[in-house]
Write a protein that binds this ligand. Sequence first.
Ligand SMILES: Cc1cc2nc3c(=O)[nH]c(=O)nc-3n(C[C@H](O)[C@H](O)[C@H](O)COP(=O)(O)OP(=O)(O)OC[C@H]3O[C@@H](n4cnc5c(N)ncnc54)[C@H](O)[C@@H]3O)c2cc1C
Length: 467
Amino acid sequence: MTQTAISEGAVKDLGAQFRGSILRPGDGGYDEARKVFNGMIDRRPGLIVRPADTADVQRAVNFGRANGLLVSIKGGGHAAPGYAVCDDGLMIDLCLMKAITVDPGARTAVAEGGVNWGEFDAATQQHGLAVTGGRIRSTGIAGLTLGSGSGWLERKLGYTVDNMIGAEVVTADGNVIHASADENADLFWGLRGGGGNFGIVTKFEYRLHPIGPIVFGGLLAFPREKAREVLRTYRDFIEKAPDDVGGAAVLITAPSEPFVPEEARGKPAVAVVVCYTGKPEAGEQAMKPILDLNPVVRMVTPMPYVAVQSLLEPGNPPGLRNYWKADMYPELPDAAIDALVEAAANPPSPLTAVIVQPIGGAVHRVADDATAIGWRSAKWALHVLGMWPDASEDERNIAWVRNIASVMQPWRQTGTYLNYLMDEGDQRVRESFGSHYQTMVDLKNKYDPTNFFRMNQNIAPTGNGHR
Ligand SMILES: Cc1cc2nc3c(=O)[nH]c(=O)nc-3n(C[C@H](O)[C@H](O)[C@H](O)COP(=O)(O)OP(=O)(O)OC[C@H]3O[C@@H](n4cnc5c(N)ncnc54)[C@H](O)[C@@H]3O)c2cc1C
């Protein structure tokens, strides 16, 4: 399919009904619109449409189907493999669909598919409410939620999908359906972890919980020489910690900022992110085992939950080159920590980070078959997040990230969190749904038999409609 395959006449007809905006190659704003978070992705859709509402999304889907186009859906554009944007085909960019309605009495919220976590948290925190959400404000609620949704609140509230109570979905045939525990319950099950495989979610409905607005949060950092001790202590501490203790340990390079002691600046370090949602004045005591390790950076204090949600942003600017690996571990024994610390000793880029993320608390109290997630019982996730500015450094950075994944292979389980992966192919997707995979294929055959929605961690349909 080439750009010229989208006929002018068809675009004109679409434009006559469309309430949102339409961008063609060469139009002002086209190049900005096709950008995604990962600067390695440089694709040129034949047409970009920005629906104003659900009816526009239906028009876009019908247009894509009628013209035989490859279709990509953009929520926040954060998927590292760049699924939000396609070459030559139709990009449906939800960025105009930003409505958020919070019902503080019922403790629920409804948000449109183009909302990001910064916008969502700002709206819900006005009422002292929240749901587990992304750790960077510009991440879309759509892709994050559909992939399951991990955040600082997950030990207390479960994954984002554990708090999703309904969805409005435009299916591949252009119909609008509602999915919840009572309507299209099979689709509702599959949406909670199945990525964008089944349709375009135009509205997400969430159950909210009282959080903050002030929590005890911030960052601690230690010299990398202490990484083994810090990681072991953190592991032993958090596996038994109350659900209110959220956070992660991160192997980073200390920034050259005034709050970092001069001798530590620009050197490898190990940080601990803290998000404690109990009484803020109890935070120091709750984090005592880690504070007792004498961090060289001790920036923990009562602060707004929305400030914790932006703590990692200085280290994650958009538009740089990204290459990621992600695995999950049933346990994190000392030998695994030692191997990780050694393999991650000399990161080739100061922006590269290795996030050692505890999974537990409320996440483990949800039944394995309650949602599509296939790896819920894992206790630890490792997210190796390679990030660097220059294409000439691609090979070195990618090799470094791959080496860590390969060194850690003896301890990993087969399935992993698909939202953290680059495109690793069908087998990894299959493994990650585990025993749920066949049900996912059955749902794909039912809701998207032609694989119309395939710019995602794809579940290939097996029925007659398969392209
Ligand atoms: C800087 C950064 C920080 C991150 N932090 C976290 C984190 O804290 N927790 C976490 O769990 N993940 C995190 N992620 C991973 C994130 O969850 C995934 O990248 C997710 O896919 C992002 O969603 P999006 O809407 O921004 O992405 P997009 O690239 O727009 O979309 C991702 C996928 O979802 C599909 N999709 C998008 N919108 C819809 C829709 N409305 N209906 C159906 N399908 C749709 C797309 O087609 C694509 O396949 C982070 C990613 C980045 C880059």
